[in-house]
Design a protein around this ligand. Structure first.
Ligand SMILES: Nc1nc2c(ncn2[C@@H]2O[C@H](COP(=O)(O)OP(=O)(O)O)[C@@H](O)[C@H]2O)c(=O)[nH]1
Ligand SMILES: [Mg+2]
Length: 283
């Protein structure tokens, strides 16, 4: 990850997030809909505590539509409200706002009862790197981008962005670490591009990806690359794709690394199809 996580840093991060949490009424916890478990922080429940929370299954445009629904069911059973969103294309944001109002209704009423003047409902975003936090902040603040307290001389510490009605968003998201000691998690983060080609060389990563897709979405591979996959090793499949695509070295051999980066890139862009790498039934 581009952030160097070490125990001291993690402790500090946790503390500063907890401080910010005390300022908000509700948390938007962002995960990647293609890998909802691998893209979450292992200590998230402890960090959020009793604060109302919405699990945002972001990049849902890249994930398998059936699996999106399965994951929502899974979180519903765990009493965690969730919304499918696509931060790039601003999809799911209306539903998110409605749910935010619903989940903060009690708080709103309590404030009124105590005679506290109407104040905005405050939100903060939490998530691991590359899960889409900045993109979401931009989408949410696009129309009503006016910043509160963003004047010269006003401390930069906490800036609130008005998003809609009486909703305000903390402009700095809480950046958390994934469960990076887990090899499976590392692979999932590498496949989806959350970790940029740091843990494995691209050739091995692509072999592992094809192996995974052969099990989960064989039809996607066949229809994207028009290759036979039955009885073939991932290595052979990649070689075959290389031949078809003409990624050939001057000696006539397939340029394995080049075709590997093409395949990984196409996967990350959703060109192989909508794919979810984790299944609720495995958890
Ligand atoms: N397809 C798709 N891409 C997304 C979505 N949200 C974010 N991204 C992309 O994911 C990458 C990381 O997003 P960014 O907002 O920088 O992540 P951050 O590190 O959490 O702030 C960028 O290339 C975004 O364009 C989404 O909902 N769908
Ligand atoms: Mg960011």
């Amino acid at each position: 990850m581009n952030i160097n996580w070490y125990p001291g840093h993690m402790k500090k991060t946790k503390e500063s997030i907890k401080k910010n949490l005390s300022l908000v009424d509700i948390v938007y916890e962002l995960v990647d809909a293609r890998i909802p478990v691998s893209s979450q922080n292992p200590d998230i429940d402890d960090i959020i505590g009793e604060k109302p929370r919405i699990k945002l299954l972001n990049k849902s445009d890249l994930a398998d539509e059936n699996m999106n629904l399965e994951w929502q069911k899974y979180f519903e059973e765990k009493k965690i409200p969730s919304v499918l969103i696509d931060a790039v294309h601003s999809r799911g944001l209306k539903e998110l706002q409605d749910l935010t109002y619903t989940l903060t209704e009690k708080k709103r009423k309590n404030l009124l009862k105590k005679g506290i003047r109407k104040r905005p409902i405050r939100i903060m975003i939490l998530g691991i790197p590359n899960v889409g936090k900045s993109t979401l902040i931009n989408s949410l603040s696009r129309r009503k981008g006016a910043r509160v307290g963003n004047k010269p001389g006003v401390t930069k510490a906490n800036q609130w962005i008005k998003i809609k009605g009486d909703l305000e968003l903390l402009d700095t998201p809480g950046i958390l670490w994934p469960k990076f000691e887990d090899e499976k998690v590392g692979l999932n983060l590498a496949f989806t591009g959350a970790i940029k080609d740091e843990i494995l060389d691209i050739d091995t990563l692509t072999i592992k990806l094809i192996e995974r897709l052969n099990n989960l979405y064989p039809e996607h591979i066949k229809s994207r690359y028009k290759v036979e996959i039955e009885g073939r090793s991932p290595y052979d499949i990649i070689m075959e794709i290389g031949k078809k695509r003409g990624t050939i070295l001057s000696g006539g051999e397939v340029d394995f690394s080049r075709i590997s980066s093409i395949i990984i890139d196409e996967f990350r862009k959703g060109k192989i199809g909508r794919i979810t790498l984790e299944r609720p039934t495995d958890f």
